[in-house]
Design a protein around this ligand. Structure first.
Ligand code: HEC
Length: 218
């Protein structure tokens, strides 16, 4: 192979290597976005802000750790993964210092509906209380940002919509509850995914709907 040919070949190999590494980084970023928006329920704005911080930091980290990719014969998969992992640690470490979402003291239970039976309350507790009551459970992972941010925001919005623990001030109707359950909107599907106890069977759904009608009328 002549000198220019060899240089050409090197260049092509470097380009192929770089393309593989950048594809990997793109796939990781897509997986990150889907996981946070769909499963955790983080807003798209926050998710993309975190993602942008991660990518900028990973690119900078790559430069600092490994020097110019052009001189080193392209971007390699291994180095990209390393820079990505390091940037992830830094970004996720840093956001743990943000206070929002860390206060997990539940407000007191003020007033509940006049339940028609303990069974109705039991079903509502399993499927709805995490968000629509002050009886919120905060397992360990809810301390980790950005899961803590998404959950806190979600729960505050849900309590504002109606609150089984502050019923006199935040009530709703049996009709709205029935519609939300029948449409499969409530409990939200990503919550059902992570909380098997909230997956009501068809019979349990009917029981809860009938119980809410008996409790609230209508
Ligand atoms: C993981 C948290 C979560 C759980 C669990 C949950 N909800 Fe909700 N719910 C919300 C949030 C957040 C809102 C307000 C925003 C919205 O409408 O999506 C809401 C709104 C509602 C609304 C009013 C708006 C609408 O969509 O009709 C009803 C009714 C409702 N929920 C019923 C229920 C019932 C019944 C259950 C239990 C079977 C339940 N929810 C469980 C988070 C939750």
């Amino acid at each position: 192979m002549s000198e220019p040919e060899r240089a050409d070949d090197d260049l092509r190999q470097a380009a192929r290597r770089s393309a593989a590494a950048l594809t990997l980084a793109g796939l990781a970023a897509a997986a990150f976005a889907v996981a946070f928006i769909v499963i955790v329920g983080l807003g798209p704005g926050l998710t993309f802000a975190l993602l942008a911080a991660l990518l900028v930091l990973a690119a900078l980290g790559y430069r600092v750790l490994f020097g110019s990719p052009r001189r080193a014969g392209g971007i390699t998969v291994g180095r990209t993964a390393m820079a990505g992992a390091l940037a992830t640690l830094v970004v996720f470490g840093a956001i743990q210092a943000i206070p929002y979402g860390r206060d997990h003291t539940n407000p007191p239970v003020v007033s509940e509906p006049a339940w028609d039976s303990p069974r109705t309350r039991e079903l509502a507790a399993a499927a709805c209380f995490l968000c629509h009551s002050n009886d919120t459970q905060w397992p360990g992972y809810t301390n980790i940002a950005p899961i803590s941010w998404a959950l806190t925001d979600h729960i505050l919005t849900a309590r504002d919509t109606f609150n089984f623990s502050d019923w006199e001030d935040y009530p709703t109707s049996a009709r709205l509850i029935e519609a939300a359950i029948r449409d499969g909107r409530m409990p939200p599907w990503n919550f059902r995914l992570l909380h098997p106890e909230a997956r009501l069977t068809v019979a349990e759904k009917e029981e809860l709907i009938a119980g809410m009608r008996a409790t609230l009328g209508g």
